[in-house]
Write a protein that binds this ligand. Structure first.
Ligand code: LLP
Length: 494
């Protein structure tokens, strides 16, 4: 996903033979062009969306979201059923969450993964059943844990020994039993940007499976003795011993998530093998049968032509086969499996519409020292509505949306309106030579980690989220932020 460093243009970007074409790797079937070449979303022309809701605007296809949610659920269910195992699919709400979206996920038969008290509050507001909600996070507050337990969430995913202790205490005080999964670190280095890789040892998530790390938790020898844990054990083993010893915790099993925007099956397979093998050891060690394993999410999507996303059926089949073969090898029945796809469901469901403003050519030198022109196209949003290019050097595609992008195409860079030179929306793209101020651009695959990571940098108001569905009028599910909203928190000279 990291962009290829190129002075002028990366090799993967080629001159478009048919600039009006919408690559199916990036654009889902909800997005199409009408007879005049204008982009439509679930049958609604972009010009009418812009007229009604303005730009920048996140457009989110309910039809695509529901179809992808249903498809992922069915793919995992079928693949594991073939091995006689059961599956739950949790939609990772951190990728894109509104009350409407939480309900759509629930209606499509998915559970909901929340990552904070705020996401949990949204799920509660949406009326998602407690038993279908998971609460994640590496630093849950006492209040977040209490809220989750009071609402009756289906699971809390504990990320450390202090968290297991805190959950046990809060559950005891509330007089309830806390369903807990332990997040472990399988030690797999996923091939993705370092900031979104989460299974190697030297980062904040998960609990180590490496023997000899139990001592790192800092418990006294007497405490370790009482739990039957030695200094040679892994940190995760200590966490499991603590959870099993608590009368207020129902230890459900193990969780891992190796990272995000990953294309290769290999990392997922290695992680599954490690976690299943370790769970088998835990079962033997403590004479229990932990019933569940959660293998997280992280399946990559197409942002540009260089990406190679795999279909849900292929991902599910491969994972099911790897899980089944590991369980066979260690001699254990396949536990209940769960998965947490976020981006792969929400990402391709959303696009962002921008209006073109100033256009400016600059002279640059290419790799050979030759002088070239780069066209800078400014739009009315930028890093406040999509921080991913700045954070992860992410590449995106773009297309002219309000009319057909015909004729000569020029190498361009789409930039935002923020006071920062890194405020790039599309680092490398081709756009029509006749592009002009007032044209509308559509950036695909912005459904995940855009709206939820948006900010008010430079006091820009955040865009609305407009939902489209086949056969239904487009409507805002999140309204545009107003300057009044933004200024309301400024308390003045107090
Ligand atoms: N489960 C857990 C425990 C996670 O931490 C995540 C993502 C997911 C599931 C969903 O992963 P997905 O299927 O969406 O890849 N802001 C970054 C991504 C951060 C991912 C955080 N955790 C980005 O824009 O790429």
């Amino acid at each position: 996903m990291a962009h290829q460093v190129a002075l002028y243009k990366p090799e993967w970007l080629t001159y478009p033979q048919n600039p009006a074409e919408l690559s199916p790797v990036i654009w889902m079937p909800s997005f199409a062009r009408d007879a005049q070449g204008e982009l439509t979303v679930d049958g609604t022309a972009v010009s009418s969306l812009v007229e009604e809701f303005g730009t920048p605007q996140y457009v989110f296809s309910e039809s695509t979201f529901r179809a992808r949610a249903a498809e992922f659920r069915a793919a995992f269910e079928q693949a594991f059923e073939a091995h006689g195992a059961e599956v739950s699919v949790y939609y990772a709400g951190k990728s894109f969450l509104t009350t409407a979206v939480a309900k759509w996920a629930e209606e499509e038969g998915l559970c909901l993964d929340t990552a904070s008290g705020g996401e949990l509050a949204l799920a509660m507001r949406a009326g998602v059943a407690g038993g279908k909600i998971a609460l994640h996070g590496n630093n849950k507050s006492e209040a977040e844990i209490a809220r989750a337990l009071t609402y009756g969430v289906g699971r809390l995913v504990a990320d450390s020994v202090p968290e297991v202790q805190l959950i046990a205490r809060v559950a005891t005080e509330l007089g309830v039993t806390a369903p807990v999964m332990l997040r472990v670190t399988p030690g797999v280095h996923a091939s993705t940007h370092d900031f979104i890789a989460t299974a190697h040892e030297d980062q904040k998530f998960g609990q180590s499976l490496v023997p000899g790390t139990a001592a790192l938790a800092g418990l006294s020898q007497a405490e370790l003795d009482q739990l039957g844990v030695t200094a040679d054990d892994a940190y995760a083993t200590l966490a499991a011993a603590l959870a099993l010893a608590s009368e207020s915790i129902d230890l459900r099993g193990l969780h891992c998530h190796i990272g995000s925007q990953i294309f290769e099956a290999e990392g997922f397979g290695k992680a599954a093998e490690k976690v299943l093998t370790y769970m088998h050891q835990l079962n033997e060690r403590f004479d229990v049968v932990l019933p569940e394993i959660d293998l997280g999410g992280g399946y990559g999507i197409g942002y540009t032509e260089q990406d190679t996303p795999r279909g849900s059926a292929e991902i599910a089949r491969e994972l099911a086969a790897m899980v089944a073969s590991t369980c066979r090898a260690v001699g254990m029945a396949i536990p209940h499996l769960s998965f947490e796809p976020g981006r792969s469901i929400s990402g391709p469901s959303g696009i962002t519409l921008y209006t073109v403003g100033t256009i400016k050519n600059v002279s640059i030198e290419d790799e050979n020292g030759d002088t070239r022109v780069r066209r800078y196209v400014s739009v009315d949003g930028g890093m406040s509505d999509n921080p991913r290019p700045v954070l992860y050097e992410s590449d995106y595609a773009v297309t002219l949306a309000n009319r057909a992008p015909a004729g000569e195409q020029l190498l361009s860079r789409v930039v935002g309106k923020h006071c920062e030179s890194g405020d790039i929306v599309i680092r490398y793209c081709y756009l029509p030579a006749d592009l002009t101020a007032g044209d509308v651009l559509a950036v695909p695959a912005t459904g995940a980690y855009n709206h939820v990571m948006s900010s008010n940098y430079n006091y820009l108001t955040r865009p609305p989220v407009v939902a489209t569905s086949q056969g239904k009028p487009a409507r805002a599910i999140v309204r545009r932020e107003t300057e009044e909203d933004m200024l309301a928190r400024d308390l003045g000279l107090v």
